[in-house]
Design a binder for this molecule. Structure first.
Ligand SMILES: Cc1ncc(COP(=O)(O)O)c(C=O)c1O
Length: 394
């Protein structure tokens, strides 16, 4: 849809859900900010000062929120600490935190620390098949002992998409607060966090938003929580009008911007600024439609030509995110062999090959080539044997 907007490395890139390709606009913005630093030094802060806040309308559009409900800052991990530290209020029997056994580990590390502090447990919703979550198990976890729930919009390994609207309502009916880790959906499909009433969300911008390695993360906090004082305050979350009065008392900024802590990384924000501009005239429904066409094609080709691969991503559109995952005992060797042929997949322990055809830059023909190459690799088992040995050394 926008391939010409990206620097595309040689070969076939299917790892955009780990690190998105570099938009030319991101490169240009970083160059611009570097030049400003060179020419203006500290005077550059006149313009850089409100940069993160100026990106909020574009980010809000991607997550379905009001601009004052989002801010680019920190990382998923630090934002989770800041938001959970603020919102989690254990009381009486209601003191546990719920997440899932298939969550990205950093989320669990952060949640476990807060649950322990609050005298609660981190309760993990189990998976029946090791890849996906069953709706009954999700619903069953929302009891009157739960203070806070965090769920992934899409599971990072299998690519299962959860029902944000339905689960938000269910958790809140049970009296819990609910937040979402949207790392694998922002930039890939439409969101409506405010309309669905989600309490909070966190995400990164280095995957489908293409803002570069270690790009600043993002957070959303529903307006109903804006009266709270952040648990981890810092001077950059102070009210902008009085920040440089350097008063000893913290006067929080209004809205999500209060969850910034220290000085923002301007060069990284510049890359985000450029990356967001690629989405300016794109409807997220159209991005999602294209993404589904690509993942449909990949699943159909795999069904036809790669019966040995076990599809672990749900087939239904309503339960499928932006990537497709296959389990295979030789997944690691396959991923190394693909890389040796300039095809970049992603591998997740212990046996999952993750493939992300990205709506903005992947071409259908690339998926056809991928499937042909995989067929050839599976037919020549010896190649894989060799790759395993080579992979063990590197
Ligand atoms: C679902 C999910 N959560 C969290 C992270 C990482 O968090 P952070 O941005 O703090 O490194 C990732 C990284 O890929 C992820 O996929």
């Amino acid at each position: 849809m926008r391939r010409e907007a990206f620097a595309v490395p040689p070969g076939i890139y299917l790892d955009g859900n780990s690190l998105g390709l570099q938009p030319h606009a991101a490169h240009a913005r970083v160059q611009q900010r570097l030049a400003e630093w060179g020419e203006q030094a500290a005077l550059g802060w006149d313009d850089w000062f409100g940069l993160a806040e100026r990106l909020s309308p574009a980010i809000a559009r991607l997550v379905g929120a009001h601009p004052d409900e989002v801010i680019a800052t920190g990382s998923i991990t630090s934002n989770l600490h800041a938001l959970v530290g603020t919102l989690y209020r254990p009381e009486g029997r209601r003191r546990h935190i719920v997440a899932t056994a298939l969550d990205f580990p950093t989320d669990l590390y952060a949640l476990a620390a807060w649950a322990e502090r609050g005298g609660g447990e981190l309760r993990l919703i189990p998976s029946r098949d090791g890849h996906t979550l069953h709706d009954d198990d999700l619903q069953a976890a929302f009891t009157d002992e739960v203070a806070l729930v965090l769920l992934p919009t899409v599971l990072y390994r299998s690519g299962q998409l959860l029902d944000v609207a339905g689960l938000t309502a269910a958790a809140q009916r049970a009296g819990a607060l609910i937040g979402w880790d949207a790392a694998h959906t922002i930039g890939a499909l439409p969101h409506a966090f405010h309309e669905h009433g989600a309490d909070f969300a966190v995400w990164c911008h280095y995957k489908y938003v293409n803002a570069g390695p270690g790009a600043p993360g993002g957070l959303y906090l529903h307006r109903r929580h804006h009266h709270l004082t952040p648990a981890l305050p810092g001077w950059w979350g102070n009210d902008k009008g009085s920040q440089f009065e350097m008063a000893p008392g913290y006067l929080k900024a209004s809205g999500a911007a209060a969850y910034q802590m220290g000085t923002p990384p301007i060069l990284s924000l510049a890359a985000l600024e450029g990356a967001l501009s690629v989405f300016e005239d794109l409807e997220m429904t159209a991005v999602r439609e294209r993404s589904l066409q690509l993942t449909d094609l990949l699943i159909r080709l795999a069904d036809e030509h790669l019966p040995e691969l076990q599809l672990v991503t749900p087939r239904e559109h309503a339960r499928r995110g932006g990537h497709v995952s296959f389990a295979h005992p030789e997944a690691h060797a396959l991923s190394l062999a693909l890389r040796a042929r300039q095809i970049v997949p992603d591998y997740r322990e212990p046996d999952v090959l993750r493939l992300a055809p990205v709506a903005l830059y992947t071409r259908p023909e690339e998926l056809e080539t991928l499937v042909q190459v995989l067929r050839g690799l599976l037919d020549s088992g010896g190649h894989l044997q060799h790759q395993r040995v080579a992979g063990a050394v590197t």
